[in-house]
Design a protein around this ligand. Structure first.
Ligand SMILES: *[C@@H]1O[C@H](CO)[C@@H](O)[C@H](O)[C@H]1NC(C)=O
Ligand SMILES: *[C@@H]1O[C@H](CO)[C@@H](O)[C@H](O)[C@H]1NC(C)=O
Length: 234
């Protein structure tokens, strides 16, 4: 059974931790239905799904992240989220040709989940998650409710907290409790009118530079992915 972690943030106050046996859209849909049943008055403006880094770990890549070039290339794959939806298929094909066999497993995973596997007749199957569902380009350029700095910082922290591949149930619960305390402290901090502690100047600068890049993209889509990859970190 794989462990899926999904979190939902609203007004930075409500966090839902859930352990999912699968990561397909049916499972997510069922979870959302359960939550709506549990809290019928809840009208979410947006939901943040944490498409976990765990899949990268299960593919056996975790140690290779020390390798700067490897990590940069993985960021290019993730950078597809910031390419306009209509250009994603083209960008993905260019990137897949550009990366060598070391990346085949992760490309297969990415293709099945987010792009759609290529059929012999050159059409694509339905991916698990459609491009419109996961793409961040429009949301970023419209500066709407994109995962914002503090939530991103939180994601990074929880990713770090759960990095151990198969925590025992007990240490897992310990970490959740610890995380819950940290999240609570942040909420109190924000409610008192202060900026979230983790929101750093570096993050803001990062976001501005990313936005600038999306508004003035490089003509060559591989170069654009390369530039985006320098601005994001998983
Ligand atoms: C960040 O999140 C908070 C709380 O959800 C929201 O009020 C704020 O508008 C967001 N900022 C941006 C730039 O989206
Ligand atoms: C390609 O194959 C799929 C699945 O058999 C089929 O639905 C589709 O119409 C085919 N497209 C072309 C252009 O041949």
């Amino acid at each position: 059974m794989s462990r899926g972690l999904l979190n939902i943030a609203l007004d930075l106050c409500y966090l839902v931790y859930s352990l999912l046996s699968r990561k397909n859209s049916d499972t997510y849909q069922r979870l959302i239905n359960e939550i709506v049943e549990f809290a019928p008055c809840w009208f979410a403006a947006s939901i943040l799904l944490d498409f976990e880094k765990a899949c990268i770990n299960t593919l056996g890549y975790q140690n290779r992240f020390q390798d700067v070039k490897f990590a940069h290339n993985i960021n290019k794959i993730a950078g597809l989220a910031f390419i306009p939806p209509c250009d994603v298929l083209h960008a993905y094909s260019r990137l897949a040709l550009d990366l060598d066999d070391d990346y085949q497993d992760i490309l297969n995973y990415f293709e099945d989940t987010y792009i759609g596997r290529l059929r012999p007749n050159n059409t694509r199957r339905q991916p698990t998650f459609s491009i419109e569902f996961w793409n961040m380009h429009t949301r970023t350029t419209q500066l709407s409710t994109r995962t914002n700095n503090s939530v991103e910082a939180w994601h990074r922290r929880i990713g770090y907290v759960f990095q151990c591949a198969h925590p025992t149930l007990w240490s897992f619960l310990q970490k959740l409790i610890h995380e819950e305390h940290a999240a609570h402290a942040d909420v109190v901090h924000i409610n008192s009118g202060e900026a979230p502690k983790h929101k750093s100047k570096t993050n803001e600068r990062f976001e501005r530079r990313l936005l600038n890049l999306l508004l003035h993209p490089h003509d060559d889509i591989l170069m654009q992915l390369n530039n985006i990859a320098h601005k994001i970190c998983l």
